[in-house]
Write a protein that binds this ligand. Structure first.
Ligand SMILES: [Ca+2]
Length: 175
């Protein structure tokens, strides 16, 4: 069963390989689950969110390609949550680097350059969130404290799936 997705950004996606099941979809070799903020609690922090992902055999999402970023930021435009904790953190090596959790892949964008939000990273934390929208920029990142509770933040978990969907035009995910 195929579902049409609006051509929100530069890429046109054939949604036959995106199997939406509520707040979850499978793309390439990964399954992504989108969690909204707690309504009955003050909120989550990055560390707690990561722990919640791990309890389900996943981890916070690692967004290692432009294609993956495009598809995730498109997907969250259909959801209510304003921002999500993602699996990007600043390491202690010298010089420090922003790296994804899954394979320690570095994320080398300069301050304010996509996927960072304008003026980010501002240096106020070693963990990251992805905004749904920020001043008309979609899916941009912000550095935040790893133990700071963000009332409006949900989180995105990613786990590998055994049966990868072949993507038209090739799978550049390389997982
Ligand atoms: Ca910041």
């Amino acid at each position: 069963m195929c579902k049409e997705l609006v051509h929100f950004f530069t890429h046109s996606f054939h949604l036959c390989y995106l199997l939406f099941q509520g707040q979850k979809f499978v793309y390439g070799c990964s399954s992504y689950t989108f969690h909204a903020p707690f309504s009955h609690k003050a909120g989550y922090n990055w560390q707690e969110s990561r722990q919640f992902c791990k309890e389900t055999g996943s981890d916070l999402v690692s967004i290692e390609s432009l294609e993956e970023w495009d598809i995730l930021r498109s997907a969250i435009q259909n959801m209510k949550t304003a921002e999500y904790f993602i699996g990007l953190r600043l390491t202690n090596e010298h010089p420090r680097k922003w790296r994804w959790l899954s394979k320690n892949t570095p994320m080398n964008a300069s301050r304010g350059i996509h996927p960072w939000a304008p003026s980010q990273p501002s240096g106020d934390g070693k963990c990251a969130v992805m905004y749904k929208e920020y001043n008309k920029f979609f899916g941009r990142f912000n550095d935040v404290g790893c133990t700071v509770i963000l009332r409006n933040a949900g989180y995105i978990c990613e786990r590998p799936v055994t049966e990868c969907n072949n993507i038209e035009g090739g799978n550049s995910r390389g997982r």
